[in-house]
Design a protein around this ligand. Structure first.
Ligand code: AMP
Length: 293
């Protein structure tokens, strides 16, 4: 695996690959890799001749009181994992090479960036959209792989690609979970053993909503109320949001006639966790999941 640490180097290596006509896939990450990340890498490996991953803890997507400085950084073991998945290129730039002094250009996807996590984390999706645009410009991948775990991020990126006519196919991979259902996340490393047990309540709440929807409940307010009841069974877990939205626009939907996304964010101790499930309405297939935009 070749490791490149400046945009210029990465750009020229990727340009050479494109000239050779090989299909290039990109898996953007912030490192602290787990099986969720590796599922994206495996999907990329199956679909592309050349696989590039990036590890960049993007300062622009963290708020002033968020966990940028304590975000887990495990570069050596990440490299070993990527090597064993036969990744060809790793782009691991320093913040100063991605955002040199004097940089003044940002990418903002209006409206959608203010919903779900964007509402709780002002500026977060501006940081995400900016770094993803830069990564796409540097690498110019044929395909880029993202996890359904970050459903709002997927919606923002799909909108970005449409609006800016970016020539990249977005592939969305299903959520990888621990044995008890907790969605894998680099931030799970922050949880104490007790918090780790409590954290599974997010999955249980989503599951309750899915079961009720499968049994025919179509009213979002009712489903949200029932989901929130489950979260309340764990009094030390503090809810941020519990919403049922259109997975493409992230706007709330009042009933489940069409495909809908049920999404939750909650604080477990000092750790903010997110999770979601796609609920398909009568006769509708869920968009995005494991598929191509
Ligand atoms: P991150 O390093 O948290 O920025 O995540 C990098 C990519 O991995 C994003 O596209 C995430 O959505 C995806 N990802 C993170 N956790 C999971 C998971 N449990 N299952 C599937 N994809 C995931």
């Amino acid at each position: 695996m070749r490791i490149l640490d400046t945009p210029e180097q990465m750009h020229s290596v990727c340009a050479e690959i494109r000239r050779s006509g090989r299909r290039l896939g990109l898996v953007p990450t912030m490192g602290a890799l787990h099986d969720g990340h590796l599922s994206l890498v495996r999907m990329a490996r199956a679909q592309c001749e050349v696989v590039a991953a990036s590890i960049f803890v993007n300062p622009l997507q963290f708020g002033p009181n968020e966990d940028f400085s304590k975000y887990p950084r495990t570069f050596e073991s990440d490299c070993r994992k990527l090597e064993s998945e036969k990744v060809d290129l790793l782009f691991a730039p320093a913040p100063a090479s991605m955002y040199p002094r004097g940089a003044k250009t940002f990418v903002e996807v209006a409206d959608i960036s203010d919903r779900l996590d964007g509402r709780s984390r002002p500026g977060h999706f501006r940081g995400v959209a900016t770094v993803v645009t830069k990564l796409f410009t540097i690498v110019q991948p044929d395909l880029a792989f993202f996890g359904q775990k970050d459903a709002a991020q997927v919606a923002v990126i799909q909108q970005l690609v449409r609006d800016l006519n970016l020539n990249v196919e977005i592939v969305v991979a299903p959520i990888v979970r621990e044995a008890d259902g907790l969605a894998m996340s680099s931030r799970n490393a922050y949880l104490s053993p007790q918090e780790r047990k409590q954290a599974v309540i997010l999955y249980r709440a989503l599951n309750r909503v899915q079961t009720l929807a499968d049994r025919g409940e179509r009213n979002s307010d009712e489903l949200i109320a029932r989901g929130k009841e489950v979260i309340a069974e764990e009094p030390s877990v503090r809810l941020d949001y519990f919403e049922i939205v259109n997975p493409r626009t992230l706007e709330p939907v009042s009933d489940l006639r069409n495909c809908a996304l049920v999404a939750v964010a909650a604080w477990v101790g000092g750790t903010r966790l997110i999770d979601n499930m796609l609920l398909s309405g009568a006769g509708e297939a869920a968009p995005g999941l494991g598929g191509k935009e």
